[in-house]
Ligand binder design. Sequence first.
Ligand code: AMP
Ligand code: GLY
Length: 424
Amino acid sequence: MGARVLLVGMGAREHAVAWKLTQSPDVEEVFVAPGNAGTAQIATNVPIDPKDIDSLIEAANDLKIDFYLATMDDPQPLGLVDRLRERGLPCYGPTAAAAQIEASKAWSKQFMVDHGITTAIHRTFRDHNDAVAYVESLPDAPIVVKASGLAAGKGALVCDDREGALLALDTIMIKRAFGTAGDQVVIEERLQGWETSTHAICDGETAVLTPSATDYKRALTGDRGLNTGGMGAYSPSIDVTTALSKAIEQEVVKPTIEGMAALGSPFNGTLYPGLMITDRGNYVLEYNARLGDPEAQVLMARLNSDLFTICRAAAEGGLSSVDISWSKEPAVGVVIASGGYPREYTTGHLIDGLDKIDEDVQVFHAGTALTPKGVVTNGGRVLTVVARGPTLAAARAKAYENAQFIRFEGAYMRSDIAEIEEIR
Ligand code: AMP
Ligand code: GLY
């Protein structure tokens, strides 16, 4: 009998992971809480909110779940892994203590300082007056103010000057724009450089880097518009050389894993640090303790090995004994979003063209719902169309050719995902 695996989330990332898991001969059934119209086609959706840990535990029990694979950020700081492990359930994902590395920027900054991991100079505050006094004592220069807690990727306010930083403190600590995530703030120097990120599969002791992947955060073509969860991705990244990847492994991933183990909170799960590469060195901006979305969609498309075997080995501390192989073919993922995202948008629009997609192209659902009239839009990011090809250009062409088939009112996609003009 194969395993019954639980995922929590409703994005294209969860659909991609579910898709990969269903290819494993050792997986009997995948359950996704709450899932979307795409996961419903290959797995069983369980209508539970990702933050409702009590109901997730109950469902794991009722559904006879054998394994939990963490993909999204919300449940782990609330102790889902701790409570499932208490019940003897193997989990790939961090405990609440280890998940602090993402859930508290104040904590993770101190962790980096303590473990010699390069990060921007910073101070942490709980009191608004103290934070204001500190900003006023600084030279009138660019500065970054961050809500310490989870703020759906929106909690970092990059400011040009002191006045902007004071405004940011007001937004976070007085207006409470990010709720309790703003109980504490991190104030740090603004770095100059270019950004990249890394994903590492971790078993508490061993960390194995995945191939590189680049996401496109801005809403509009040409890197314009607001920041979003990610409008597309490709892998491998053109600007991440083997030397840079090795440096990140040695300077960031390895000391992080060793540091967490030394603290008695070994990190199990996917570690996904975001970095700024500068003339002064490779700086960690933040850690995520999960898979990126849409990076997961292109990484899953390139993974040749059995995802369940890898995650089960990692859950048991045996990652060093598994081989992880990736396709040499690049993958490109194009997100199709609702017009207006990440601001206001409408939902409930019928999605056409899903039946026209090439067999070797994947359409991973995010904000979709199944209704009697068919699959309709139900969120900001609606679908990710993912294609592989012998070259990046071929993968890109295939992804866009197929994305054109998909129609719904207000559909929007960037036209420049994986359009590589210059090599850094
Ligand atoms: P974070 O949530 O900490 O990754 O920050 C979100 C975004 O804010 C990053 O992807 C950067 O674009 C920007 N950012 C964060 N910290 C800094 C910094 N110290 N200097 C410059 N930009 C930053
Ligand atoms: N792709 C950005 C994120 O998942 O945070």
